[in-house]
Design a protein around this ligand. Structure first.
Ligand code: AMP
Length: 417
C-alpha cells in the first residue's frame, strides 16, 4: 500500500471520498463543521502538490432519490472557505465527466450527494429480502453499482479515501471504486490513516496492561466488541446500563435498572470466558440509584446487588469509581467506549466525568488512550478533555466494527487484503 505522504499529485486529478455528512439546520446552514475541517490536511496536500480535486461524499439518507434538502451544493461555500479557493459544483455526480476533464491544477470540483443514486449503497430498492426475486434484484444492483463506481473512477487518475465514518460499508465510493485503480494509484488520506493507526495501536500493538472500558446502554450492541476484546485485554471494565444484565444474571436484585433478560446467558458466558482467559473483569459494585428516570430524581448510592424496587441505577457509585481509577491509572493502553452513567443528565454525569479524568491522567503518565463511539466522544468533549487523551475516533460504527475484529471494506479495498 502506498502512503499519501510519499505520493506527488502534481498534474494529476485525485478523486477523494470525504465525509461531508455535516449536520445542517433548517436554513441549510452547517451547525458543526468538524468533518470538513477533518479532511483539510489531505485536500491541502493534494492541492499544494499541484493536483486537482474531485470531492465526493454522501449526506443523510436520501435512499437513492434526489432530495434538495440533502444537496451538497449547500456546503460548497464552506468547503471553499476551508480550502481558501473557489469550489465548482457538479449537480449530478454520475454526469460530471466534462467538469472533471476541464479541471486544471489547483482547482476543486465538488460532486452532488452520492446517495441520490441507489447504486452508491448498492442495495436493491423497493423489494423485501423475503421476495423470491430479491437475489436477482441484488445481483443486478451489484452490477449497476460496479458501473457507477467505474464512472466515478473515470474522472480521476488517483483515488484517495479519507472517510473513516463510512469505512465499514462496501459502497461504490468507499470500496468498489478502488477496483478501478492499480495499487500505486489508491491510498488512504491522512484522517483515515490516523484512525487506522490508532486502532492498530490498541488492537495489534498494545502495551500492557491493556484496559478496555465499555459502557453504554445495551449488552446486545456491544457483545461482539466485548468478545473480541477478551482475547486482547488484561482488564475489562463494564459499566453503565449494560452492567445490570451481568448483575441480574448472577442473581442480583437490580430494581428497575436497564437490562436485557435474553442476554443474561451471554453475560455469564463472558464472565466465564474472562476467568478462563485470565482477564480481570471489573463490574460495578455500587451505583447511584434514582427513583425515576429524570435529572431531578431523588438519588442515593446503593449496593449494586441490592437496588430497591422502584429505583434504578443511573451512575457509577464512588466504590466502583475507586476500583476503576486504580485499574485505569495502572494501564499502559486504554480503550474507552460508552459512558458509565446517564451522563446527559447533569446529576448523573459525575461517574463518566471521573472516568474521563482518569483516562486523561493515565495518558499524562504515558499510557496510550483511544476514545471512540458517539457518546464517549461527546463525554470527553463535555468534560473538556478531548485534547488530553491520545486519540478521539470520529467514526462510531466503523470504530466499533474494527474493534469487533472485522476488516473494514474501505481499508481492505486499498490495502488489497
Ligand atoms: P451506547 O450508545 O450504547 O454507547 O449508550 C449510550 C447511552 O447509554 C447514553 O445515552 C447513556 O445515557 C446510556 N446509559 C448509560 N448508563 C445508563 C444507565 N445506568 N441507565 C440507563 N442508560 C444508561
Amino acid at each position: 500500500m502506498i502512503n499519501i505522504n510519499d505520493f506527488n499529485f502534481a498534474g494529476l486529478k485525485a478523486i477523494v471520498r470525504v465525509d461531508f455528512n455535516v449536520p445542517l439546520n433548517e436554513k441549510g446552514e452547517i451547525t458543526d463543521d468538524t468533518r470538513i475541517r477533518g479532511a483539510v490536511p489531505t485536500l491541502k496536500k493534494i492541492l499544494a502538490d499541484g493536483g486537482s480535486l474531485i470531492l465526493m461524499s454522501h449526506m443523510g439518507k436520501p435512499k437513492g432519490k434526489v432530495n434538495p434538502k440533502l444537496s451538497l451544493g449547500q456546503i460548497a461555500n464552506a468547503v471553499a472557505a476551508a480550502l481558501a479557493r473557489p469550489v465548482k459544483f457538479a449537480p449530478d455526480c454520475a454526469k460530471a465527466a466534462d467538469a472533471a476533464a476541464a479541471l486544471k491544477a489547483g482547482e476543486v470540483l465538488l460532486l452532488e450527494n452520492l446517495r441520490f443514486y441507489a447504486e452508491e449503497e448498492g442495495k436493491p430498492v423497493g423489494i423485501e429480502k423475503d421476495d423470491p426475486a430479491y437475489n436477482e434484484a441484488k445481483k443486478q444492483m451489484k452490477e449497476r453499482q460496479a458501473e457507477f463506481a467505474k464512472t466515478l473512477a473515470s474522472y480521476a487518475d488517483v483515488y484517495v479515501n479519507d472517510a473513516f465514518g463510512t469505512a465499514h460499508r462496501r459502497h461504490a465510493s468507499t470500496a468498489v471504486i478502488a477496483d478501478y485503480f492499480d495499487a500505486d494509484h489508491k491510498m488512504l488520506g491522512f484522517l483515515m490513516e490516523k484512525e487506522v493507526t490508532a486502532i492498530d495501536n490498541v488492537l495489534k500493538n498494545a502495551q500492557h496492561p491493556f484496559t478496555a472500558i465499555i459502557g453504554g446502554s445495551k449488552v446486545s450492541s456491544k457483545l461482539a466488541v466485548i468478545k473480541n476484546l477478551l482475547d486482547k485485554v488484561d482488564n475489562l471494565i463494564i459499566g453503565g446500563g449494560m452492567g445490570f444484565t451481568f448483575i441480574k444474571a448472577q442473581g442480583g436484585h437490580i430494581g428497575d435498572s436497564l437490562h436485557e433478560d435474553d442476554l443474561m446467558p451471554e453475560a455469564l458466558n463472558v464472565m466465564a470466558a474472562a476467568k478462563e482467559k485470565g482477564v480481570n473483569l471489573s463490574l460495578s459494585v455500587q451505583t447511584i440509584a434514582a427513583n425515576e428516570f429524570s435529572n431531578d430524581a431523588e438519588r442515593k448510592p446503593v449496593d449494586i446487588f441490592n437496588i430497591p424496587d422502584g429505583w434504578e441505577g443511573m451512575d457509577a457509585g464512588e466504590e466502583s469509581l475507586k476500583n476503576w481509577k486504580e485499574i485505569i491509572l495502572a494501564s499502559k493502553t486504554i480503550l474507552w467506549n460508552g459512558p458509565v452513567g446517564v451522563f446527559e443528565f447533569e446529576n448523573f454525569a459525575h461517574g463518566t466525568g471521573e472516568i474521563a479524568k482518569y483516562v486523561a491522567e493515565a495518558t499524562k503518565n504515558g499510557a496510550y488512550s483511544l476514545v471512540g463511539g458517539g457518546d464517549s466522544v461527546a463525554a470527553v468533549n463535555k468534560f473538556g478533555l478531548a485534547d488530553q487523551v491520545s486519540y478521539v475516533s470520529t467514526g462510531g460504527g466503523a470504530m466499533l466494527e474494527a474493534i469487533e475484529g472485522k476488516t473494514l471494506p474501505g481499508v481492505a479495498a486499498i490495502k488489497g487484503e
